[in-house]
Design a protein around this ligand. Structure first.
Ligand code: MCA
Ligand code: AMP
Length: 504
């Protein structure tokens, strides 16, 4: 297997600072830039604040802040002090935040200043620090810097990323320094990403995609990020001329294709368009090639594994396929029961082994044991097959998951809340095709005796408990839920039945 000469993402970033301190790492919307040297200084200031807060190796730093360059410095500072970075979606409500705090038990919690008071109530045991979208807050209120880099081993935890569970409760995937570094190096090689690249960064930075693919690759290669707070198709197209790479989710590409300004000329100087986190429509793949001359490169990853497979940089990028395994990563299609590898053409359980695979679920040995076989293969919950040329196709998911705008939504969590409502006898939450988000969330409700469907009441009952992106965008009442002989709800039937709800 491909051996990693151990050097962490952080130490590789330091090499880049030493090599070119004045090179821009961020180019911002207002035309200003932040150099590698300046990013290190900010990182070291934050490291001083974290150190003063008593952080030691292995402590968790939970971060729920808006996207900013200083948030990347907070991530780097956490690595510098040997702590464990735990980013959370900014859309999470207080109820959701409470769960993550109880589970992660952070020494430090970093939030927007507007949420500080509430955060102190939710996490009385943690030091609460603040950072706003402009990069201001108590996290940066210091005149000192800390240069000591806490020594870490490759198998020490670098981050915990939460991924929702089929039982409705999120599990924290513990990712080690080796996981991050090995995946980053494999991707740099696969996509020929170098210090000459200029990456359009329009993704959120609380997931693998925006943080460990996009930002880590830039920091380790010594490249530059054209930094955007959020995705706006027109702004992105305007910046093609000064960039080389875009990393996006399928919704980015659907929205780019909807713009009349997407053209061969606009994209002429770009060298690579990457898509991942959810299935890219074959039609979008073809339309993008027709409009720009570029073949989108689709890849496949997961929170627990980082990136697993990619279409080739050189060679044919096949629409509908997620390509073949990255160097050092084994991806097999196996019989779900036995774990035995299946031949090309047969659909089975997609399983992954390699230096990218997470260490364990945080404080959940039972789940870790269920999902990682003795052989070391991690059972992804995705189903697929290889073609005769070694290209992998994802054909379905054994896990009951919806991917809306490339955010994962677990039906169980929503069903549990809906079932508590007095007007609901039972519910089934499904994903149906959506022209912009890929899939969107629909709640199918069996009403309690004598009750009417009151969408507004159901919506308001979920408001405080669920992030907006998880909330159903349609409610439909049915007399009963279709079940098989075992009594299991047949969601495929419901998905078929409601598949046209959002078709334009
Ligand atoms: C925003 N809204 C959504 C979503 N995002 N609703 C459903 N699903 C979503 N994903 C809602 C908001 O609640 C709001 O609703 C309205 O849309 C506008 O919000 P805004 O933030 O302006 O939305 P947007 O700018 O249109 O964002 C859509 C987006 C964004 C660009 C698709 O969600 C996004 O950047 N997604 C990428 C997620 C990502 O990075 N995934 C990677 C994770 P209202 O107005 O009704 O209140 S997966 C991963 O990391 C794995 C390892 C991998 O393979 O990469
Ligand atoms: P998450 O757990 O949030 O990291 O989501 C990972 C899941 O997203 C995978 O298990 C897949 O189901 C899905 N996914 C990621 N990339 C792709 C892709 N290129 N095509 C299809 N599904 C994908």
């Amino acid at each position: 297997m491909f051996q990693l000469p151990y050097r962490s993402v952080y130490t590789r970033f330091l090499d880049r600072v030493a090599a070119h301190p004045s090179k821009p790492v961020f180019e911002l919307a207002d035309g200003s830039s932040i150099s590698y040297g300046k990013l290190l200084k900010t990182t070291q200031s934050i490291a001083a604040v974290l150190h003063a807060a008593g952080i030691t190796t292995g402590d968790r730093v939970v971060v729920q802040v808006e996207k900013s360059p200083q948030a990347i410095a907070a991530y780097l500072a956490t690595l510098q002090v040997g702590a464990v970075y735990v980013p959370l979606n900014t859309a999470y409500t207080d109820a959701e935040l409470r769960y993550f705090l109880d589970d992660a038990e952070p020494a430090v919690l970093i939030v927007d200043p507007g949420r500080a008071e509430q955060a102190r109530k939710l996490a009385p045991e943690s030091a609460v620090l603040t950072l706003d979208r402009h990069g201001n807050g108590s996290l940066l209120e210091t005149k000192t810097t800390r240069t000591t880099v806490e020594p870490v081993h490759g198998d020490h935890a670098a981050a915990i990323l939460y991924t929702s569970g089929t039982t409705g409760r999120s599990k924290g995937a513990v990712l080690t320094h080796d996981n991050l570094a090995s995946n980053c190096l494999a991707l740099l090689e696969a996509w020929e990403f170098t210090g000459n690249d200029r990456l359009i960064h329009a993704l959120p930075i609380f997931h693998i995609h925006g943080l460990f693919v996009a930002a880590n690759m830039t920091l380790v290669a010594g490249a530059t990020m054209v930094w955007m707070d959020a995705f706006d198709a027109e702004v992105v197209i305007e910046h093609f001329a000064s960039a080389t790479v875009l990393m996006g989710v399928p919704t980015f590409y659907t929205r780019l294709l909807a713009s009349p300004n997407l053209s061969r000329e606009a994209a002429a100087t770009m060298r690579l368009f990457v898509s991942g986190s959810a299935p890219l429509l074959a039609a979008d793949h073809a339309a993008f090639t027709q409009r720009t001359g570029h073949h989108i490169l689709e890849r496949y990853g997961m929170t627990e594994t980082g990136m697993n497979t990619t279409n080739p940089y050189h060679g044919q990028r096949r629409a509908g396929s997620v390509g073949s395994p990255l160097r050092g990563v084994e991806v097999i299609v196996a019989d779900a029961e036995s774990g035995t590898e299946l031949p090309a053409g047969e659909i089975g359980s997609i399983e992954v082994r390699g230096p990218n695979v997470f260490d364990r679920y945080w404080r959940n040995a039972e789940k870790t044991e269920q999902e990682i076989r003795d052989s070391g293969f991690f059972i992804t919950g995705d189903q697929g097959y290889y073609d005769d040329d070694g290209y992998l196709y994802i054909s379905g998911r054994s896990k009951d998951m919806i991917i809306s705008g490339s955010y994962n939504v677990y039906p169980k969590e929503i069903e549990q809340l809906l079932d508590e409502h007095p007007t609901v006898k039972e519910s089934a939450v499904i994903g149906v095709p959506h022209p912009d988000l890929g899939e969107t969330v629909v709640a199918v409700i069996v009403l309690a005796e004598g009750r009417d469907l009151d969408t507004a009441a159901l919506e308001s009952s979920l408001r405080d408990d669920l992030a907006r992106f998880k909330q159903p965008r349609a409610y439909r009442a049915v007399d009963e839920l279709p079940r098989n002989v075992m009594g299991k709800v047949q969601k495929a039937q419901l998905r078929d039945h409601f598949s046209e709800l959002f078709r334009s």
